[in-house]
Design a binder for this molecule. Structure first.
Ligand SMILES: Cc1ncc(COP(=O)(O)O)c(C=O)c1O
Length: 435
């Protein structure tokens, strides 16, 4: 069922018509009130109160305000909602966007791609973890199993990125990334599949011993170069491009093509469709997605949320390098334009939590390590301490504070990154010793 074909239409006892104030309604609260029906709860109250009222998954600490309108600061305005009527969206804004998942897939199929990933990835229910936490139902989208060089989210993205590079005539790829980048590893693996040479210009110096993603880069045969700073990285990649051109090659600096970001967003629009399809086969629908993202992949999930409706999207970032809401919205809008979708995303639509970064990007956190251990010991699923562990820590913290009831369906998207466990091997030995 496509959630956007219904809406809730009534608010009663809201006497605040005169105040031109922007209200937020907490999605969790609304879903509490409306457990029996699915609907597009985004933007559905626009104009109804004589004020701009938007629904979105904002601070769920306010979930206890079920059925109430809250101010942007989170205080309870005291106005009760009555959400009682389901209507067709005929004539409404939502009608202009594709209403069916099949249409979303058609839109994606028009974008050039090369097939690299094993898709769809499995969706596994984590019953033991869910039981341990006292619910909700948790499903893990196994995007760590995309199939190239230990897998991960980037293999999906690379189907679009590398198709764009090949369309430009590229026969070699230059990529600027971090020393322990998952993206670098998957790029080298995918380039091997396509017969493209890879130069990786990584910020950092060669460590001793070489481990994790970096080790895999060498095994894959990539030309690995180290740069001491971002400026030096650009200088070296420019040099690598010049060297390749001098050899008569056609190199492409992958970071600089528009598909770099948009490929991630399209990939996660599609991944979300896969989840909705897999759950629909079981007669289920998702309530909330959790994923490690600094905005690119999440942009795609938000497009899916807008097009298919009915679920919340909570990104958890592993870095505080970016201001993610405007970044995510910009990528989502650019991607919507490329796909020809009539969707507008604002920074308010991008809910991304930076509370689980911990000390810094790349530094394991206690909460993240606990999540890695929990997934391993309850489900046999290996997360990583840099990205997915921290995202899982966010999901677990939200579950523990009571954001979800037992029947709700939470999807954790496992974006990969597992080779990082080997660069932090002491962590797991210590954990074992403490048990
Ligand atoms: C394992 C893992 N998860 C999540 C991310 C974040 O991806 P994005 O910001 O593209 O959504 C990355 C990015 O490098 C990653 O390696």
């Amino acid at each position: 069922m496509i959630a956007a074909s219904y809406r809730v239409d009534k608010i009663s006892a809201c006497s605040d018509k005169t105040r031109k104030k922007r209200y937020f309604i907490y999605d969790h609260a609304i879903r509490c009130t409306l457990q029996a029906c699915r609907h597009d709860w985004r933007h559905i109250f626009l104009g109804r109160l004589g004020a701009k009222v938007r629904c979105g998954p904002y601070d769920l600490q306010q979930a206890s305000l079920a059925g109430r309108v809250s101010s942007p600061t989170g205080s309870n305005s005291g106005h009760r909602l009555m959400l009682s009527e389901r209507l067709d969206l005929a004539g409404s804004k939502a009608r202009r966007v594709p209403r069916a998942l099949r249409q979303v897939r058609d839109v994606i199929s028009a974008i050039p791609r090369v097939r690299l990933a094993c898709l769809p990835t499995p969706l596994q229910e984590a019953r033991n973890l869910s039981k341990l936490l006292g619910g909700p139902r948790i499903f893990v989208k196994r995007d760590d199993l995309t199939g190239v060089a230990f897998g991960g989210n980037k293999t999906r993205n690379l189907e679009f990125r590398l198709a764009a590079a090949q369309a430009m005539g590229a026969d070699a790829i230059v990529m600027e990334l971090d020393q322990q980048s998952n993206s670098a590893r998957q790029t080298a693996g995918c380039c091997n599949r396509l017969g493209l040479d890879t130069v990786l210009v990584l910020v950092g110096s060669r460590p001793e011993p070489v481990q994790g993603n970096l080790l895999v880069n060498y095994l894959l045969g990539a030309d690995v170069r180290y740069a001491s700073s971002i400026a030096e990285q650009r200088r070296q990649s420019t040099e690598a491009l010049a060297e390749l051109r001098a050899e008569g090659r056609k190199p492409c600096l992958l970071n600089d093509i528009p598909m770099f970001d948009e490929g991630s967003a399209i990939a996660y629009l599609e991944s979300t469709c896969e989840v909705v399809e897999a759950l629909a086969e079981k007669g289920l629908e998702p309530d909330c997605f959790y994923m490690s993202s600094s905005g690119k992949g999440q942009a795609g999930q938000i497009l899916a949320q807008m097009l298919l409706g009915g679920f919340a999207v909570r990104g958890i970032t592993a870095t505080d390098e970016f201001n993610i809401p405007p970044r995510g919205a910009e990528i989502a809008n650019r991607t919507a334009h490329t796909l020809g979708l009539n969707v507008a995303v604002t920074p308010d639509d991008v809910i991304n939590d930076a509370a689980f970064v911990g000390e810094a990007y790349g530094v394991p956190s206690a909460a993240g390590n606990e999540a890695v251990r929990l997934f391993a010991r309850t489900e046999g699923i290996i997360l990583d301490p840099v990205y997915t562990g921290k995202a899982a820590a966010g999901m677990i913290a939200h579950i523990r504070r009571g954001d979800f009831n037992r029947e709700e369906i939470v999807v954790f998207v496992h974006t990969g990154g597992t080779p990082a466990i080997f660069t932090h091997n002491q962590l797991w030995l210590d954990n074992a010793a403490r048990q």
